[in-house]
Design a protein around this ligand. Structure first.
Ligand code: DAH
Length: 356
């Protein structure tokens, strides 16, 4: 028994891991272990022998079991110590600097425009950027041969070979949303449609993708006078100062009469200032919706009439925030975005002020 004790107690002390420990447990006190086999021999002993050997064997078994348990704890502790030595973290170190993103000036201005028109009872409508040529042109009274189609530098999509249907276009303006909205809700209607538009054009003031906001107000007696009031109200709220407008007779296929609208500005000191001076800057096209356009939208021109307008959002952003080059808007240059971007919590509201 002493041999067994020495053998197992030493081996347990030297065990390298839990698997070795389990192996030793089976060898010593498992069903067929050495100590267990010895206990089975108790039956063959005389009662006197058994009285001595029994308790001694039991004590040995208990000793080995406790040694196994103690070693198991010691191995677990050692494993934890080893992990702690490699996997530590100094929680007192300062956190790594993370830059917060900014709101792009186009998003900001779109929000500002939406807030102002919402205050005048206009809701927001949207349409697809890939448009059928019917919505983008025909329904707006721009037939196939019309020079406006060529002037717009339209991007066309490709049809499969043999497919003779006219190709879809990347919408060249937000005006097709007028038709889609008339179809959807009928008249009366008061909406704005901000969104992306596309034309094959590229220089300091033109990019192939840019943004417009369309306006449409139809009712039984909506007139050009309402248009003028709405626009002056809009520009004054947007620029935070009273802005005069000048209406110049113009031509668009989808309006009759049509007007281009200029806002008052000064060029003193080489930079443009809106709302002062006696120069004029063209900012939008507008007019009374053409009867053919109303018909295309499913509205009876003998019952309803109203105005429409289209403004360049990018242009508004450049004017209000003094951004000189349109192309930089879409370069994704982080330095530019940090400089001209807005804090995410500075959401424009009429009561909070639009130009912070
Ligand atoms: N769609 C025109 C353009 O992109 C802008 C425009 C002019 C829109 C007159 C209108 C409008 O709604 O009445 O150049």
């Amino acid at each position: 028994m002493d041999d067994l004790r020495i053998k197992y107690i030493d081996a347990i002390a030297a065990a390298a891991d839990e698997a070795a420990l389990e192996e030793l447990r089976l060898q010593a006190v498992g069903k067929k272990g050495e100590v267990s086999l010895k206990m089975r021999e108790l039956g063959k002993m005389t009662p006197e022998e058994r009285q001595v050997a029994g308790p001694a064997l039991n004590a040995l078994k208990n000793e080995i079991n406790s040694a196994l348990a103690a070693k198991k704890v010691a191995l677990a502790d050692a494993a934890l110590d080893a992990r702690l030595a490699t996997e530590w973290l100094d929680v007192t170190l300062p956190a790594r600097n993370r830059r917060v993103g900014t709101i792009h000036p186009i998003s900001q201005v779109t929000e500002e425009v939406t807030a102002i028109f919402a205050d005048m009872g206009f809701s927001v409508a949207e349409g697809p950027q890939i448009e059928t040529d019917w919505y983008n042109f025909d329904a707006l009274n721009i037939p196939g041969h019309h020079p406006a189609r060529a002037e717009m530098d339209t991007f066309y999509t490709h049809r499969a070979e043999g497919d003779e249907r006219p190709p879809h276009v990347l919408r060249t303006h937000t005006s097709p949303v007028q038709i889609r909205s008339m179809e959807k809700t009928g008249a009366p209607i008061r909406i704005i449609c901000p969104g992306r538009v596309y034309r094959a054009d590229y220089d300091q003031t033109h990019t192939p993708m840019f943004h417009q906001v369309e306006g449409l107000a139809l009712g039984r007696d909506i007139s050009m006078a309402n248009l003028k009031w709405v626009l002056e109200e809009f520009f004054s709220a947007f620029f935070g100062t009273e802005v005069k407008t000048r209406f110049r007779a113009s031509h668009f296929p989808f309006t009759e009469p049509s007007a281009e609208v200029d806002i008052q500005c000064s060029w003193e000191g080489g930079t443009v200032k809106v709302g002062e001076g006696d120069d004029w800057l063209e900012v939008l096209g507008s007019g009374m919706v053409h009867p053919k356009v109303l018909e295309a939208g499913g509205i009876d021109p003998n019952e309803y009439q109203g105005f429409a307008f289209g403004i360049g959002i990018d242009r508004l952003a450049m004017l209000k925030y003094g951004i000189p080059d349109l192309r930089a808007f879409f370069d994704s240059d982080l330095r530019w975005l940090r400089h001209y971007g807005f804090a995410s919590l500075d959401q424009p509201t009429l009561h909070g002020g639009l130009n912070r």
